[in-house]
Design a protein around this ligand. Structure first.
Ligand SMILES: CC(C)(COP(=O)(O)OP(=O)(O)OC[C@H]1O[C@@H](n2cnc3c(N)ncnc32)[C@H](O)[C@@H]1OP(=O)(O)O)[C@@H](O)C(=O)NCCC(=O)NCCS
Length: 145
């Protein structure tokens, strides 16, 4: 398995298949995808891209940290679940986020993925809330030090 930096457009097929199966490819383009401080990581198995995650220099007012990153578009193809791919993407991202002077990574976690984020060290904040057409989410964060 190899973790590499990828382009925003490389994430779209997996985002579409796993995160927006009922949406269009346009729904797989996220705000800030091509911003200078945004980065996208992919895990490759036998040269095939099978897991993606994207990181945006974006603050949430729920946290005091002056500089924060936001995680979006975290997804692994089902046949590759449980092989440590998403956690490898996060482990690769942490030093990059730190290098960019940020001390916190946050995300709106899907209810089904809460267990995954907890295993990696994220903590939930507040209550579940709905995101239309996608389902219940909860704000989660992890300190980067
Ligand atoms: C959540 C998701 C990204 C995890 O990807 P993955 O590559 O399978 O994750 P990993 O293999 O790195 O998992 C790390 C650990 O978390 C556990 N884990 C993974 N998904 C879990 C879940 N939904 N609930 C509880 N634990 C989970 C794994 O078993 C593993 O545990 P271990 O360290 O004891 O072996 C993947 O299940 C997925 O793509 N789900 C659908 C899309 C989604 O919900 N994305 C999140 C959007 S917020």
């Amino acid at each position: 398995m190899q973790v590499l930096r990828i382009k925003a457009m490389d994430t779209h097929p997996i985002r579409h298949k796993i995160l927006r199966p009922n949406g269009t490819l346009d729904d797989c383009v996220f705000q800030g995808d091509n911003d200078e401080l945004t980065f996208h990581l992919g895990a490759f198995v036998d040269k095939k891209l099978v897991s993606v995650a994207s990181f945006y220099f974006e603050n949430s007012s729920n946290f005091d940290d002056a500089y924060q990153y936001r995680l979006r578009g975290m997804a692994t193809l089902p046949e590759y679940h449980g092989q440590g791919l998403s956690s490898s993407l996060l482990r690769t991202a942490f030093p990059v986020i730190k290098q960019n002077q940020c001390t916190l990574l946050w995300c709106n976690a899907r209810e089904k993925a809460i267990g995954f984020y907890e295993k990696v060290g994220f903590k939930a904040v507040g209550e579940l809330f709905p995101i239309p057409h996608i389902g219940k989410h909860i704000l989660m964060s992890i300190k980067i030090d």
